[in-house]
Design a protein. Structure first.
Length: 311
């Protein structure tokens, strides 16, 4: 059994109030794979890169247990490139440049060796690409998780709705949940979105944590207060990687275990933002992850006695 990760492998150039990176490796599938591989192997990657994508980056992921058979390498073309600048609150950013390059004509091919997929993680990508991967699988995975963004709601809503009907878990941020549902209240937004198909909805709120919805149940996980936040790029993808990695490791897709998976994902995301790109994810080890999860546990753990009413 395995996890299939679908998404971009790309280059980013990032500027924040605390520094500036040159051209560095990024992309949704890259972050997801670095994160999920801490918990489960193999990760079976589906993506596309140009001839400019460093071979050593692919080799490093292979060493982490990431299968690259589904990654297309177009030697005479360039990889996807994105450049952005974050504002002081780090929750808003301006896109400075986007070059689709190989991603603009990407047609995914699911290798035969990937047909044992138990967990399918659809990273933020064109809905038509996400749907193509779903349709190429011989049988439905145990769990299909999808991340998306407001851009696809604006330019490919029909395709997006077609994919949403086929997924079990949808990940969006709070503004995207409101846009997709037409509701301001996140509780009402969640109810409307789950009517579209997903059994579970995760609404990411950046530095304010994440909400998990299932039927009439709601769970809230806070974000860990950090002294240093250098680069939020890839934090949502890293969160998704920790989430699916934990579920695959435990082989438990109950609502209760998804609560734990959200904490794991949040712990991974909290490391991601501490340095530019995937730098921090390359440095951390199991002991670091365990320590960060314990910090989350301490953050939300409390005891309270409710006095009996005297008459």
């Amino acid at each position: 059994m395995s996890i299939i990760v679908v998404g971009s492998m790309a280059f980013d150039a990032i500027e924040t109030p605390f520094g500036k990176s040159n051209k560095i490796v990024g992309g949704a599938a890259t972050y997801i794979a670095w994160s999920a591989s801490n918990f489960y192997k193999p990760i079976k990657q589906i993506s596309v890169v140009g001839g400019d994508f460093p071979k050593e980056e692919l080799d490093e992921l292979r060493k982490r247990g990431v299968d690259m058979e589904g990654v297309q390498i177009k030697k005479d073309e360039k990889s996807f490139f994105w450049s952005g600048k974050y504002h002081l609150d780090m929750n808003t950013r301006d896109t400075l440049e986007t070059q689709l390059n190989v991603l603009g004509t990407f047609e995914p091919v699911v290798p035969e060796s990937y047909q044992d997929c138990e967990f399918l993680m659809l990273g933020n990508l064109a809905p038509s690409v996400q749907l193509s991967v779903i349709n190429q699988l011989n049988k439905k995975p145990k769990l299909v998780i999808m991340d998306t963004m407001n851009f696809w709601m604006e330019v490919a809503l029909a395709d997006l709705e077609a994919v949403i009907r086929k997924v079990d878990v949808l990940l969006v941020n709070d503004s995207e949940a409101r846009q997709l549902s037409g509701q301001f209240s996140l509780v009402r937004a969640a109810k409307e979105i789950m009517k579209m198909g997903p059994s579970y909805l995760i609404i990411k709120k950046g530095e304010h944590g994440a909400l998990l919805f299932h039927k009439d149940e709601i769970f809230f996980a806070p974000a860990l207060p950090l002294e240093d936040v250098f680069d939020p790029t890839g934090a949502g993808d890293t969160f998704a990687g920790g989430f699916v990695g934990h579920l695959a490791k435990t082989k438990d897709i109950s609502f209760e275990n998804m609560k734990s998976a959200i904490i794991v994902g949040s712990a991974m995301a909290s490391y991601c933002v501490e340095k530019f790109g995937t730098t921090r994810l390359r440095e951390i080890r199991k002991t670091d992850i365990d320590a960060r999860i314990q910090q989350f546990k301490s953050l939300v753990s409390f005891e309270i006695e409710i006095a009996e009413e005297r008459v």
